[in-house]
Design a protein around this ligand. Structure first.
Ligand SMILES: [Mg+2]
Length: 360
C-alpha cells in the first residue's frame, strides 16, 4: 500500500532519528574497524541493526545526537511559522541558539551545552549568540561539512511552495553553513523529499526533481559539484560500498563529514530497493560519520517508505518519537492536510492546494 502523506512525513523524521541513533555508537570509526568488529553481512544479523547506544559520548539507546536535536529545532521553527505566523529562518536561528546554550532543551540539565557539536556549527552559533543576525553568521566558503544537510528536512516536509522551499532550504543552511555546496545540497535534498512526500512521485522522478534543482542552482551547469555528487549516488551500490569500503571502491571521499559524500550516500540509499532498515545498516557500515550519514539517508528512506517501514523496536526507543508524532499532527492539521475527524487521511493528501503546484 502506498504510504499516506502523514505516514511519509512522520517516517522521514523517525527514520532520520533512527539513523542517527543507529550510527551514534560507531561515529568516526572507519570502515575497516567496523568490518573487523562485525565481519560479514550475515555473521551477526542483529548488528548494527539494534539501537545499542554507547559510543564515545555514552549515548542512551535511541538518544538524539546533534543531528536529531537540530532537526527538531527546524521542525519547531516550522511549527512556529505555520501555526503562529513567525519567520521561519529567525525562529530556526532562535531554536539553534537555545540548543547551543542548553536553554529549554528536554532531557538536558538547564544551561548545559550539547555533548556533540560540529566545528562549523559551533563557530557560527557562537557568532550568532553575539550578533543575532542569522543571515551573516555562516562559516563561509570552504566549510562544506554536512551539518546543515543533516537538519534540513522539515523544509522539504512542510514548505509546499517550490520557490520558497529552495529559498528557505538555502537560508536555514546558511545560518551555519553558507558554502554553496551546502546550501544547494539542502535545496536539492528537500526537492527530493517534497517530490516523495507532498507530490507522491516515484523515487526515480523524485531524484530527478532534486537533480534539476541542483543543476538550476549551479547556473545550469551539469558539471557542478552538487549535481556531480548526486550523479555518483545513482551508480553507487551501497551493498558493495558497505562490504568493501570507500577506499577499495574508489569512492570520492571517506564519508567523514563532507556534505557531498553524505548527499551521494543518501541518493544511493533512496534508490536502493531493499527494506529501509537493511539500507540504513549498510550506510552505517560504510563508516566514519556514521550517525550523520545515516540520519541524512534515513530522512529520504522514511519519506519513501513511510513510518510503517521504521522498525517498531526502533520507534519504541527514539527519544523524540512521541514529540515528532505530535508536531507532525499539529503542523499537518494547521496546513489542512490532516482532515477533520471521520475522514481518511488520504482525503487531504492531494486535495486543495497542498503541493499541487510544485514544479521542481
Ligand atoms: Mg551526531
Amino acid at each position: 500500500m502506498t504510504p499516506s502523506r502523514t505516514s511519509r512525513t512522520l517516517g522521514a523524521l523517525l527514520a532520520l532519528h533512527a539513523g542517527d541513533a543507529l550510527g551514534a555508537p560507531l561515529e568516526f570509526k572507519p570502515h575497516t574497524v567496523i568490518r573487523g568488529l562485525h565481519p560479514g553481512r550475515n555473521a551477526n544479523a542483529e548488528f548494527p541493526r539494534t539501537l545499542t547506544g554507547g559510543g564515545s559520548h555514552s549515548w542512551a539507546p535511541g538518544a538524539a545526537t546533534d543531528d536529531t536535536d537540530l532537526t527538531r529545532a527546524v521542525l519547531l521553527a516550522y511549527r512556529d511559522a505555520i501555526c503562529n505566523g513567525d519567520d521561519v529562518v529567525n525562529k530556526a536561528a532562535e531554536h539553534f541558539l537555545a540548543w547551543y546554550r542548553g536553554d529549554h532543551w528536554p532531557s538536558r540539565r538547564q544551561g548545559s551545552k550539547p555533548r556533540d557539536i560540529g566545528r562549523t556549527t559551533r563557530k557560527a552559533l557562537s557568532s550568532l549568540a553575539s550578533s543575532r543576525h542569522p543571515s551573516s553568521t555562516g562559516a563561509g566558503e570552504g566549510s562544506a561539512g554536512n551539518g546543515s544537510l543533516m537538519r534540513c528536512i522539515p523544509t522539504g516536509l512542510f514548505q509546499n511552495d517550490p520557490e520558497l522551499l529552495i529559498k528557505e532550504s538555502q537560508s536555514i543552511s546558511a545560518i551555519t553553513h553558507n558554502d554553496t555546496r551546502c546550501t544547494i545540497a539542502c535545496a536539492a535534498y528537500n526537492a527530493i523529499v517534497s517530490a516523495l512526500v507532498v507530490r507522491g512521485l516515484s523515487v526515480e522522478d523524485a531524484v530527478s526533481a532534486g537533480e534539476r534543482v541542483a543543476i538550476s542552482l549551479e547556473s545550469g551547469r551539469t558539471d557542478g559539484p552538487v549535481y556531480g555528487a548526486m550523479k555518483i549516488g545513482r551508480t553507487t551500490s551501497l551493498v558493495e560500498l558497505a562490504d568493501k569500503g570507500p577506499r577499495k571502491l574508489g569512492f570520492p571521499g571517506m564519508c567523514g563529514g563532507f556534505v557531498l559524500n553524505s548527499l551521494t550516500l543518501a541518493v544511493a540509499a533512496v534508490l536502493d530497493e531493499r527494506r529501509l532498515d537493511q539500507v540504513l545498516v549498510d550506510v552505517v557500515r560504510v563508516g566514519m560519520d556514521t550517525d550523520t550519514n545515516a540520519a541524512i539517508a534515513g530522512g529520504l528512506l522514511g519519506a519513501r517508505d513511510g513510518e510503517e517501514a521504521v522498525l517498531d523496536e526502533w520507534k519504541d526507543l527514539l527519544q523524540f518519537g512521541p514529540e515528532f508524532r505530535r508536531l507532525v499532527d499539529q503542523i499537518l492539521t494547521a496546513q489542512g492536510v490532516i482532515p477533520e475527524e471521520g475522514q481518511s487521511d488520504e482525503v487531504g493528501l492531494f486535495s486543495g492546494n497542498h503541493g499541487l503546484n510544485v514544479s521542481i
